[in-house]
Design a protein around this ligand. Structure first.
Ligand code: URA
Length: 443
């Protein structure tokens, strides 16, 4: 086999066989495929597609291009993946809540991508937290604590790492085939028995409309089940920030307030419970989603999830007293400004992508890959759709490293909010569920 024939087969619409996928993924991992060939392959897949069987073949091949973690644990190994959004810190609540329900969660997460925040960047806002500890530490923390939120090192799906970098600079990111194989190869390399997907839809999501979000959810569910991992998806709302805060340390603060019951964010809690309910059904721990969601509610209400979060933070190098002292331990920004509502009215629409971009420009995300993140900056107190505002009342608060950056963020937030005189319809938190029974069976 050679790269030219694999690329030509995809280019000519003849698809991607398991053998060809295996050969190409190995070539990506060990550099026997050149950058030019990888770019041509990505463009051929982008333009012609590889069909359901090709997605399974590429997912399996990229998963197997590195280490696939094996587990010997007394409970099921389950994870969740979100396609990315603003103020979406569900992973930080869900991992310890699932662990409290007897599930083991090796959560291999990513950094911020474009305007969306990344779980790994949020965890690194905790001083001392080692987000890239390697597979041996991941395994021992998962076994001892029940969950570990970490990033992928070079051992996990190296073929995806290489192809992702090439897609990023060759106009081939937005292919459902490639996105599916990219997300799932990394997740399945964690040796999961079940996976729940949070596919975001709306102004702050990569998939802005219901049709494209459904197509991605169906592709992910069909491919993951076809590759042998029990998987279902919820399509959840991203027409506004999910949390009241967007920005790394500010989101961790909001998570801790919710975990400890100090100030509960109900939207975050409800999405966590819905995804957790789904995960507990996949894990065989709950008979149905509602009973699973009630188990997650209980893990959050009793403080058991908070305790596990604290143990995970300490095991990965963070402060041993984080749960008790998180307000003192998290970094805070020197400049604070209120964004005043320009008039009285109801919040009618929010451009969530613009909020994410404002956080990136404050220094809370990256404009180029080498940028260093400032964990302390971001937005808090974000008003939600349907909220009634008086003129001058705060729509949000800006946390910035300088006056200039704060002013720019105030203007960006004002431009992102639309007010109306009448009460608007509030978007549902959960739009749709796609289970294995909703997609065609794959071999
Ligand atoms: N996240 C990934 O890991 N890969 C993609 O292609 C898109 C989002």
């Amino acid at each position: 086999m050679d790269a030219r024939s694999v690329i030509a087969a995809v280019r000519d619409g003849r698809g991607l066989s398991p053998e060809a996928a295996q050969w190409f993924a190995q070539g990506l991992a060990d550099d026997n495929v050149s950058d030019a060939q990888a770019g041509a392959f990505a463009m051929a897949v982008f333009l012609k597609g590889i069909g359901p069987a090709g997605r399974v073949a590429l997912t399996r091949a990229m998963r197997d291009s590195g280490q696939v973690i094996g587990w010997d644990l007394p409970g099921p190994v389950i994870d969740k993946h979100s396609t990315g959004g603003i103020g979406d810190s569900v992973s930080l609540l869900l991992a310890p809540a699932l662990a409290a329900c007897g599930v083991y969660v090796p959560m291999i997460s990513g950094r911020g991508l474009g305007h969306t925040g990344g779980t790994l960047d949020k965890m690194e806002a905790i001083p001392g937290y080692r987000a890239l500890p390697g597979i041996d530490t991941l395994k021992s923390v998962v076994a001892g604590v029940g969950c570990a939120i970490v990033g992928a090192t070079g051992e996990i799906a190296p073929a995806d790492k290489r192809l992702y970098g090439i897609r990023d600079i060759s106009g081939t990111v937005e292919s459902i085939d490639l996105i599916t194989a990219s997300i799932l190869s990394k997740k399945l390399a964690a040796g999961l028995q079940g996976l729940v997907l949070d596919v975001k839809v709306g102004s702050g999501a990569f998939m802005p409309d219901a049709e494209s979000a459904r197509a991605l959810a169906q592709s992910l569910v069909a491919t993951a089940n076809g590759a042998g991992c029990k998987t279902s998806a919820l399509i959840t709302d991203m027409n506004q920030s999910l949390g009241h805060s967007a920005g790394n340390a500010l989101e961790v603060l909001e998570v801790m307030e919710t975990l400890t019951g100090t100030s509960v964010n109900e939207a975050l809690w409800d999405v966590t419970a819905a995804l957790g309910g789904e995960a507990l059904v996949l894990a065989g721990k709950a008979a149905d989603m509602d009973r699973g969601a009630a188990m997650i509610d209980n893990a959050l209400e009793t403080g058991r999830a908070a305790e596990i979060f604290g143990r995970m933070v300490a095991a990965l190098g963070g402060p041993a007293d984080f749960v008790e002292r998180y307000p003192d331990r998290l970094p805070s920004a020197p400049v604070f400004k209120i964004v005043p509502s320009p008039r009285a009215g109801f919040v009618a629409r929010v451009n969530a992508r613009a909020l994410g971009e404002a956080v990136v420009r404050l220094g809370g995300g990256r404009l180029v890959g080498s940028d260093r993140i400032n964990p302390s900056v971001g937005l808090s107190g974000l008003a939600v759709i349907g909220e009634e505002m008086a003129a001058g009342e705060p729509i949000a608060m800006v946390h910035a490293s300088s006056e200039d950056r704060a002013e720019a963020a105030v203007a960006a937030v004002l431009a992102a909010y639309e007010l109306s005189d009448t009460l608007p319809e509030e978007p549902p938190l959960i739009h749709e569920r796609i289970g294995p029974e909703d997609v065609d069976a794959l071999t």
